[in-house]
Design a protein around this ligand. Sequence first.
Ligand code: NAD
Ligand code: ATP
Length: 528
Amino acid sequence: MPPPSKLNSADNASASCHQSENGYTDSAYSVHHEKDLVDLLQFSSAKESDDHLKEFSEALRTVAKALRRAAEGKAAAQAEAAEWKRKYSLEKERNRKLEVERIESNGDRKEPRADAVTNQTVPCNQRIEHCEPCCGRDGICSHDVLQNEENFTVSDARTGRNEWKRKASFKLSWWCKGEDSDQHKHDIVSFEKGNITTAERSSKQISLKWESDPQNVLVLTKPHSITVRVLCSELVRWLKEEKRLDVFVEPRVKSELLAESTYFNFVRTWEDEKEIAFLHTKLDLVVTLGGDGTVLWAASMFKGPVPPVVPFSLGSLGFMTPFHSEDYRECLESVLKGPVSITLRHRLQCHVIRDAAKSEYEREEPILVLNEVTIDRGISSFLTNLECYCDDTFVTRVQGDGLILSTTSGSTAYSLAAGGSMVHPQVPGILFTPICPHSLSFRPLILPEHVTLRIQVPFNSRGHAWASFDGKDRKELAAGDALVCSMAPWPVPTACHRDSTSDFLQSIHEGLHWNVRKTQSFDGPRDA
Ligand SMILES: NC(=O)c1ccc[n+]([C@@H]2O[C@H](COP(=O)([O-])OP(=O)(O)OC[C@H]3O[C@@H](n4cnc5c(N)ncnc54)[C@H](O)[C@@H]3O)[C@@H](O)[C@H]2O)c1
Ligand SMILES: Nc1ncnc2c1ncn2[C@@H]1O[C@H](COP(=O)(O)OP(=O)(O)OP(=O)(O)O)[C@@H](O)[C@H]1O
């Protein structure tokens, strides 16, 4: 039934209509037609309410569909998050195992990295043992420092007493990648009377002193260069005859040397690529003859620990090659004698994790980079669309040509060209530098060394992305694939000409002409 107000208005409408047509009122006619009208109105009202119902149920269906989609989306997101959590734990567990293996194989007495071995405790010094009753062997507590302090006295106007309340004690604990850790605490904080002070902030200038004479040297050379070839044969001869060292070279170089003279029969090399994996256990030094690219090549040969590298400059630039090739005798004499300052150049450890990979065993081998890993649009003409996470916290979405994750050594390379800052190579950090971002506010970042970064190609990305490692080995990343990157435990120790800082400053002055400007003359207006 239509509502009464509607009926009334319908009655009025019918009466006025009848009058206007005939000029008089016929009640029977009127009653008959009124009934038809009511039926008609009822019919049209029913039809109207049907339409409303249809519209309403359509709306309900749309809402239900949206809710279903949202639920499906949420479930998918939850499943994806769970999958990532699983992969992340596998990654952590694998790193932990690698670290333990490394320590065992090296007979390394040093404590493993905090993030790699979680259940280990740092040996306690005396202070910590004192502390045991209140905070356990692994804590560092201000309490025992403070409790032995004599009370300071100062006049209190209200009570008339001359004393200070004891300073509150506290405990600092270290937190890294979601876990408590006490690694490094003695390096970082010194507890003096409950004050927090930093003792060491980054590695200091490191000096290498030989405890026995070096025996084995690997000479790595830039290919296709006559100058390098000539220098290489001279250097190899000198190392053998003057220094009595065993010289190793790559198979290509051995062939080149033998083509020159059979004298070089003594030079050693390897036949099977697999032997490269054990080189670090035999070599005392690596000498490179070339530019920065040859240092990168040397670093890439060592997937684990790297022997000290002495880089000679035979390229156009040379940020990592402080030694002049013409002075090779004096330089090598001084390095072989020691002590020698070294720069510990941090590397990044990169894992490509395929969306399709469901188990740890399907994972690709990690790749170590000395400069950077770049994720870019490669041959795709679409914007790269990269989701970036730092220790599982969403950082940002890169929409542009790509992203560079660089070491501080690589900060003067591609990252610099993309607008990143130059950073001293001993500063432990990871540079996060976008390449041509399509945004006005995307400034580069420098993140702390302990983080794990995950760069993922989202499922809704229009194109694929490509990862390259120190400018080499392109790998395609499809939707759902990700690159996980963290600081590697094996740095590249490079010998310094003077020391780490002087060499770095010299390289940016000479290599980049950093801040070259004519000095303003005294001759002109000045402050009164
Ligand atoms: N637009 C760019 O600046 C750009 C583009 C691609 C690659 N690169 C860099 O090239 C590197 C590969 O070097 P390569 O010699 O094998 O290739 P390459 O022969 O193409 O040389 C690239 C240049 O980068 C210089 N370089 C390399 N490492 C450096 C460092 N740490 N600091 C300052 N300069 C450095 C080299 O001396 C060389 O002049 C990549 O790791 C990347 O950093 C730079
Ligand atoms: N032993 C090697 N075997 C194969 N490739 C090498 C080797 N050493 C260097 N390379 C490659 O050769 C290329 C050039 O090397 P490098 O950068 O040392 O010389 P350069 O280009 O003359 O130096 P610069 O770029 O400073 O002018 C790099 O891409 C590097 O990866």
